[in-house]
Ligand binder design. Structure first.
Ligand code: PHE
Length: 449
């Protein structure tokens, strides 16, 4: 029975699960290197603008749909309007593809927990590229990460991981702050701080906007129905507006702190800000070397990054597994094993594309060709998730209707930003995301000339 789906044991439990999904490799690994590749402060500025315009708006939208329909992502859309379940279906595909390569990076983090103690050597950059391009070792770590995610998902989420997250997320936060303090006080850090917080407006190009948009969706776990599902377990007196403000704020805070932990150090040590996916793995070990008990700090830090990644990967896998259970009537175990195997195999390709298979390129509609790893990243962050978000906004604005959504929100609290939210969800979000999506495919170029 619907009434028996259960609710969160406490508001804190819900917040931790939502924050657990949102805060992960997106904040700690991806955000700093995207900032480094896209003009530093220019990227950060665009990112913050998009969080304010889109992040809060869509977070509230997804939670509201879920709480109203009281079902999973696919079921919630379908229940409110028959035939719209496919929006949830988008999310299943996105979750499946994201986890395939997310797990590879999760494996890198595992390796670095070990490497913190066994030693990384002087050539941090060489160590990293040697490791990720080797044919076997990264795949073993990828298997371990995927396996751990699967075990937790088979057991039915919450319980242990929720308890662990309550402890580990705050611990991560503390360690992150310590790392920031070390990084910003390094000799020569000032240049990096300036790079990170002073936007050079001439650097704000279409590419930067596209990168920031994809990152907003990725980092907030938006556009694939996770927040719909989590919202469905909320009670009617929950203040959705407040939650939709709190979660993106915390998520962005962690991302910005990660930027402060890395970029000043990048400049202090003379690394390249545009280093790409290796930025965290190359820079952090160098920062920890400058600290007393550096090995210990490093091991602990990567361990906490690992837990943040795990609480995100669980939410990613849950979407896919729940789909197998609901649509094909599989058992939880069968569904988990089936999808885990598929994701693991795709992940092998992603891992090998860093080395042995680096010549295998997939041509894409934007005119570029991508290796498997990059393709999975680009296709999900820049197409699938924004498309899911766009459809979600259109769904509320024009299918379900804003007044109905507002009524749902007001069941729990006053809705202070009702007028603003109405304008954002009906007009600003759809138009903005649509334009960026078009320009991402390169169509805008052709249309405008
Ligand atoms: N938000 C997670 C992170 O930042 C990744 C994620 C994306 C999780 C999409 C769920 C859905 O690491």
């Amino acid at each position: 029975m619907e009434q028996n789906r259960g609710t969160w044991s406490s508001r804190f439990g819900f917040l931790m699960a939502a924050v657990g999904s949102a805060v992960g490799l997106g904040n700690l690994w991806k955000f700093p290197y995207l900032a480094g590749e896209n003009g530093g402060g220019a990227f950060v500025l665009v990112y913050i603008v998009l969080i304010v315009l889109l992040g809060f708006t869509l977070m509230l939208a997804e939670m509201t749909i879920g709480r109203h329909a009281n079902s999973d992502a696919y079921g919630s859309y379908n229940k409110i309007k028959k035939g719209w379940g496919f929006v949830g279906g988008f999310g299943v595909l996105a979750g499946f593809l994201i986890l395939s390569y997310y797990s590879v990076v999760g494996g890198w983090v595992l390796k670095y927990i070990v490497a913190s103690f066994t030693g990384i050597g002087a050539d941090k950059s060489g160590y990293f590229s040697n490791f990720i391009s080797s044919p076997v070792e990264p795949i073993i770590y990828h298997l371990i990460f995927m396996g751990l995610t699967a075990i937790i998902v088979i057991r039915g989420i919450s319980g242990g991981i929720e308890k662990a997250a309550k402890l580990l997320m705050p611990a991560l936060f503390v360690l992150l702050v310590i790392t920031v303090l070390r990084s910003v006080t390094l000799d020569g850090a000032m240049e990096g701080i300036r790079y990170f917080i002073m936007p050079d407006f001439s650097e704000i190009t279409l590419k930067v906007v596209i990168a920031a948009l994809g990152q907003v969706f990725f980092s907030l776990s938006l556009g694939m129905g996770i927040m719909v599902t989590y919202g469905s377990y909320l009670s009617k007196d929950e203040d959705l507006e407040k939650d939709a403000f709190l979660i993106p704020s915390l998520d962005s805070l962690v991302a910005i702190l990660a930027g402060f932990a890395l970029l000043p150090a990048v400049f202090a040590f003379g690394f390249e800000p545009g280093e790409g996916p290796g930025l965290m793995f190359i820079t952090l070990p160098a920062v920890f070397e400058e600290m007393p008990l550096g090995m210990l700090f490093s091991g602990l830090f990567f361990l906490l990054v690992f837990f943040a990644a795990l609480s995100s990967s669980i939410s990613l896998m849950e979407v896919t597994v729940a789909f197998g259970i609901d649509q094909f009537k599989w058992s939880r175990k069968a569904s988990t094993i089936f999808f885990t195997t598929l994701m693991f195999v795709i992940g092998i390709g992603a891992s090998l594309s860093m080395g042995a298979w680096s010549d295998f390129l997939i041509p894409w509609i934007d005119g570029n060709s991508y290796g498997i790893f990059d393709f999975l990243d680009v296709f999900t962050s820049y197409y699938l998730l924004p498309a899911g978000g766009l459809l979600g906004a259109l769904f509320i604005g024009y299918v379900w209707g804003v007044p109905n959504a507002v009524k749902e929100i007001k069941m729990g609290s006053a809705f202070r930003t009702e007028k603003l939210w109405t304008v954002l969800i009906k007009f600003v979000v759809p138009v903005l995301v649509f334009i960026i999506l078009l320009s991402t495919t390169g169509l805008l170029d052709k249309i405008i000339g």
